[in-house]
Design a protein around this ligand. Structure first.
Ligand code: 5AD
Ligand code: FES
Length: 365
């Protein structure tokens, strides 16, 4: 059986121009289940990825700088009240060494991620690191949570050019169900606006397959990305963590279904937004060994292999089944080369891989 006429019409319309999908179109695409329909969806999204971002996959070395976190999100393995986590914070020298390793592996971009920590000492610590790694001439993405606009501006001035802050869900009521009372959806939104004002390439994203989340919620998430005019998207399936209230309580949607939904979200986001960077999240790989390659074939164009010293990797466990716990950065690179070759793709060594959307929107400033 081939894709239906209705599907072909929606895919054709989406491929011609960005922002052409209505919420009903998105919900229709997210609900596709037959293998033929899914293949048609993924093929259209992959063709757009190649058309808007080119062949090849942008690569960022990921440094997990620490698992100390002030937040208590109900789904996250490093939430502050999880006493079974052995906490760590990399020393500045260790972060600088990881950045140098990324550079020597041919990665021209770096992501520094950690649990959420605020305050002047931490702001200065990150600022110093940014100044120390500046000579490496890497594209630097920060993923360090909610901060004041002043701190975002200081980090931007010290050399960071991109910032990732997931909204987690665009539905404030669902957000309130998966966070404690001291987390505010509005503050997160305000942080995204502050990042935009400060001149970053801004990325956001959501978790997919959360308990109680509907296809309409997910369609609204993609609309939210468009309305915020973001440059980058990092989203992935929700994966229950056994030491968290959400991981213990809710009966989880089957892994296969969450993976399929994660892939369809990538495809629909690509079809709606065209020229943004979309990461194939590591969480896809936690659900299937070839999850990230399938993410690329569904329209993603960014991968973020871990460059953290393996001795810390098992402590930065946001969800169960985290992959690459014992591999070195060099091993992961070889693994990714082989995996991408198997789908006719390759890593873009030596290229920063900035968001084409960012360049387009700033050209018009
Ligand atoms: N499953 C999937 N993703 C998770 N994150 C945190 N906990 C989980 C989980 N159990 C994601 C959040 C956060 C990012 C750093 O990791 O979206 O923003
Ligand atoms: Fe780390 Fe495959 S990417 S082992």
């Amino acid at each position: 059986m081939v894709a239906t006429e209705e599907l072909k019409a929606v895919l054709g319309r989406a491929s011609c121009a960005p922002r052409a999908l209505s919420p009903a179109d998105m919900a229709f695409l997210l609900a596709l289940e037959s293998p033929e329909d899914e293949s048609a969806l993924f093929a259209a999204a992959y063709a757009l990825k190649v058309g808007c971002c080119g062949k090849g996959v942008a690569v960022r070395g990921l440094v997990e700088a620490g698992n100390v976190c002030a937040k208590d999100c109900l789904y996250c393995g490093i939430r502050r009240s999880n006493r079974s986590v052995e906490r760590y914070s990399l020393a500045a020298d260790e972060i600088v060494a990881a950045a140098a390793e990324a550079k020597s592996l041919g990665y021209a971009s770096l992501v520094i991620q950690s649990g959420e920590v605020e305050g002047d000492a931490h702001a200065r610590f990150i600022e110093d690191i940014l100044r120390r790694i500046a000579p490496l001439d890497l594209g630097v993405t920060l993923s360090l949570g909610e901060q004041t606009e002043d701190v975002y501006a200081r980090w931007r001035a010290a050399g960071a050019t991109r910032y990732l802050l997931r909204i987690e869900t665009s539905n404030p009521a669902l957000y309130a169900r998966i966070h404690p009372a001291d987390c505010s959806w509005e503050r997160r939104l305000e942080c995204l606006r502050a990042l935009r004002r400060t001149g970053y390439q801004v990325g956001t994203g959501v978790m997919i397959g959360l308990p109680g989340q509907t296809l309409d919620d997910l369609a609204a998430d993609i609309r939210f990305f468009g309305e915020m005019d973001v440059d980058m998207i990092g989203m992935g399936p929700y994966i229950p963590h056994p030491d968290t209230p959400l991981g213990k309580a809710a009966p989880a949607m089957a892994d296969e279904r969450r993976l399929a939904l994660g892939l369809r979200m990538i495809a629909v986001a690509r079809l709606h937004l065209h020229d943004v960077n979309i990461a194939a999240a590591t969480a896809l790989q936690a659900l299937a060994a070839d999850g990230r390659e399938r993410g690329i074939l569904a329209g993603a164009n960014v991968l973020m292999p871990n460059v953290t010293d393996p001795k810390y990797r098992s402590r930065y466990r946001l969800y169960a089944n985290k992959p690459c716990l014992n591999e070195t950065a060099a091993l992961c690179r070889g693994c990714l080369d082989r995996r991408l070759a198997s789908i006719g793709e390759h890593l873009l060594y030596g290229r920063r891989g900035d968001s084409p959307h960012y360049h387009r929107r700033t050209e018009n400033d």
